[in-house]
Design a protein around this ligand. Structure first.
Ligand code: PMV
Length: 396
């Protein structure tokens, strides 16, 4: 087992195009969002496993000796076992969660224990570890925060147990694992996601692991080759929405007006394909005309999503505020509130970006300037930290 401190980060995700249409077999493009979750793992020798999640105010500690004595044969050795509901029930007993434990807290703890016990059980003795996970991502906003959490845990635990090598070489500030190692990280992270969400599509953990942009359609996920990193504003309207209700609303509209709604879904599919084509051509030095195409695609899709009935007054406001400054926005994810993205073209002056952020903030929204197409799960040097990691560590 490794004895050094590990510092890992993984990105969130947004859907660029294809939300809702994907439920009806069309293509969706999901991209890595450079708001990241960070994890610091310190092996220690006090016989405890400590888990702190400062964003949601959680601190848990278990005795390794007690965990070691438990019959965890329900976690099969070696491979990523499917976390069935029975297995999750057994994990609850192991965790000692109180009955009144908040849902987010209990799911985060269960996913951790599942990954810790499953990945580390190959060791002669379970390791004593101190783990802190914190995030720039708001949770419950459809931005893949739980997937980024599972990806960070899987990457750090597999590395500390030497199931995969630490890719960080002397002098590196940051590095990534090989394709084979990323596949293993993704496989375990998917199991963590299943503990949290039951039956997820696997897209969120795939984007967080691989980074960049992914296309998904009917359960098939593939990476886009060399997608550009695009600057965006991500806006959270903070209007709560329920994905299940919104998806059902689109289904009802499709049943009621098949001749009207089916062509909208076909058109959204064509938007995703056109966007994929343009992103593929953009390469290192995107041309202004390519940005114009991306903006037109954003506008058309936003209108289609409104026609599907998943718009919201808050999202209209976001589009108007940014449109008044020559910028183009669309909702991302389920709609009905939630988050939206605004494309920032190169050459846009920083004061203009700041003024737009300010205007959105004064609507009561949260707004971040960030990028999409960001790198996937990465390992950082614990000694030469970039300022973003250092700031977060200082705040712990
Ligand atoms: O729940 P969100 O906001 O991450 O987005 C859901 C995306 C939908 O296409 C509306 C539903 C789905 O399962 O793909």
């Amino acid at each position: 087992m490794l004895s050094e401190v590990l510092l890992v980060s993984a990105p969130g995700k947004v859907i660029l195009h294809g939300e809702h249409a994907v439920v009806h077999g069309k293509v969706a493009l999901a991209v890595a969002l450079n708001l990241r979750t960070f994890l610091r793992l310190q092996p220690h020798s006090n016989g405890k496993v400590d888990l702190s999640l400062p964003n949601i105010g959680i601190k848990w500690a278990w005795d390794v000796a007690r965990l070691q004595l438990l019959d965890t044969s329900f976690l099969e050795q070696g491979d990523a076992t499917t976390p069935t509901p029975e297995l999750v029930e057994k994990l609850k007993e192991v965790a000692g969660l109180p009955d009144d434990c908040a849902v987010t807290e209990s799911l985060a703890v269960l996913a951790f224990l599942y990954l810790y016990l499953s990945i580390c059980r190959k060791q002669r003795a379970l390791p004593s570890l101190d783990i802190v996970v914190w995030s720039e991502l708001p949770h419950g906003a459809g931005l893949g925060s739980s997937a980024a959490y599972s990806v960070c845990l899987a990457a750090a635990l597999l590395t500390v147990c030497e199931e995969i090598p630490n890719p960080l070489k002397d002098g590196d500030r940051v590095n990534r694992w090989t394709k084979e190692d990323l596949e293993l990280i993704n496989k375990w992270a998917f199991q963590g996601e299943r503990v949290i969400h039951g039956n997820p599509s696997g897209v969120d953990n795939a984007v967080s692991t691989w980074g960049g942009a992914l296309r998904y359609q009917q359960g098939k996920i593939s990476s886009l080759k060399r997608p550009p990193a695009l600057q965006i504003l991500l806006t959270n309207t903070k209007v709560p929405r329920n994905t299940r209700t919104l998806v059902a609303g689109v289904r009802n509209r499709l049943l009621k007006f098949p001749e009207i709604v089916a062509p909208l879904l076909t058109s959204i599919d064509a938007i995703s394909l056109e966007c994929e084509r343009v992103l593929g051509e953009m390469g290192e030095a995107p041309a202004p005309e390519q940005y114009l195409v991306l903006e037109e695609l954003i506008d058309m899709n936003q209108h289609h999503l409104n026609a599907l009935g998943v718009g919201h007054a808050s999202l209209d406001q976001l589009c108007q505020v940014t449109r008044a400054r020559g910028l183009h926005s669309k909702l991302t994810g389920a709609g009905g509130g939630g988050c939206g993205i605004t494309l920032l073209k190169p050459g846009l002056e920083q004061p203009e970006v700041e003024a737009t952020k300010q205007a959105l903030t004064s609507c009561g929204f949260d707004c971040w300037e960030t990028s999409i197409g960001a790198p996937g799960v990465s390992i950082h040097s614990a000694t030469s930290l970039d300022s973003r990691v250092q700031q977060a560590l200082d705040g712990l």
